[in-house]
Design a protein around this ligand. Structure first.
Ligand code: CP
Ligand code: NVA
Length: 307
């Protein structure tokens, strides 16, 4: 049996997400009560970083430690991966020595090749195209605040990037709607990200129209890692896409605001929004820890009895 990977959001089913959220909730509760839970003793996670990270590294490393296992940080800057060792060879070797692997890299295709040659589960810690671990935490956070996400409407404002693509995949699984507003020339590519139909998203030219009556407003940096050469052009193209208080006021009164972080106040989001009462960004960041612990447990142990 090939190992079960988590490379794109659509790799898991609604039933598996329901299970993961139930486990994440219990794991979070135990953690808050200082109750030790160490099912992963003697298990090792290798984390390969080809791009910078604060939250992803910390949440995987702390999470693995809290579950009784250990983790190893590998950077392409100081491993043979950065000197041209074929990704297939690296996957074969690394997966013989550890139990599970997380990779943060550029092209998704590279991650797919790595996973195809790994004997153990591989988790996508962010690629140019997708960021499934973040959306796992985001939907868990939404449910904590507002209950079921099915039938709700979410506004995505800004770049059609890895976060946006992953929200779009999630909408099909959880059956919610996304209003997408991106500047001309930065459009979403539904076919390329494997969307089955168009009924779960709607394009809006105006970000103000996109946020009307939605349950959640979310955005991300205008220039993602790897696209720095375009930053100046992007700053000009995205100038009208800052989520500010005026824009938030068009959403439902109880609408939440999310951002995967790191954020640039005054660019994609105004300080008054990200630091305001509708923002749940700190819970969103913390929930990376709890949801990924549930994911690690599931990929390594399958379904466990609730404890
Ligand atoms: N949100 C997120 O993935 O943050 P890092 O880049 O700090 O890991
Ligand atoms: N879209 C951003 C997310 C960072 C967590 C990037 O890829 O840089």
């Amino acid at each position: 049996m090939p190992p079960k990977h988590f490379l794109q959001f659509k790799d898991l089913s609604l039933e598996e997400y329901d299970y993961l959220f139930e486990r994440a909730s219990r794991i979070k509760q135990a953690f808050k009560q200082y109750k030790p839970y160490r099912p992963l003793v003697d298990r090792t996670l290798a984390m390969i970083f080809d791009k910078n990270s604060t939250r992803t590294r910390l949440s995987f490393e702390a999470g693995m430690d809290q579950l009784g296992g250990s983790s190893i940080y590998l950077s392409t800057r100081d491993t043979q991966l950065g000197r041209g060792e074929p990704v297939e060879d690296a996957a074969r070797v690394i997966s013989r020595m550890v139990d599970i692997i997380m990779v943060r890299t550029y092209e998704h295709e590279l991650l797919q090749r790595f996973a195809d040659h790994s004997n153990v589960p591989v988790i996508n810690g962010l690629t140019d195209e997708y960021h499934p671990c973040q959306i796992l935490a985001d939907i868990f956070t939404f449910i904590e605040y507002r209950g079921d996400i099915q039938g709700k409407t979410i506004a995505w404002i800004g770049d059609a990037n890895n976060m946006c693509n992953t929200w779009l995949q999630a909408a099909e699984i959880f059956d919610f709607k996304i209003h997408v507003s991106t500047p001309p020339g930065y459009d979403i590519e539904p076919k390329q990200i494997g969307l089955r139909n168009t009924s779960h998203f709607e394009d809006f030219v105006s970000p103000h129209d996109a946020v009307k009556n939605v349950d959640l407003v979310t955005t991300d940096v205008w220039t993602s890692m790897g696209f720095e050469a375009e930053a100046e052009q992007r700053n000009a193209d995205f100038a009208e896409f800052c989520v500010d208080a005026e824009m938030m006021a068009l959403a439902k009164d109880n609408a939440l605001f999310m951002h995967c972080l790191p954020a640039h106040r005054g660019e994609e989001v105004a300080a008054e929004v990200i630091d305001g009462p509708q923002s749940v960004v700190w819970d969103e960041a913390e929930n990376r820890l709890h949801t990924q612990k549930a994911l690690l447990e599931y990929l390594l142990m399958g379904k466990v009895e609730n404890s």
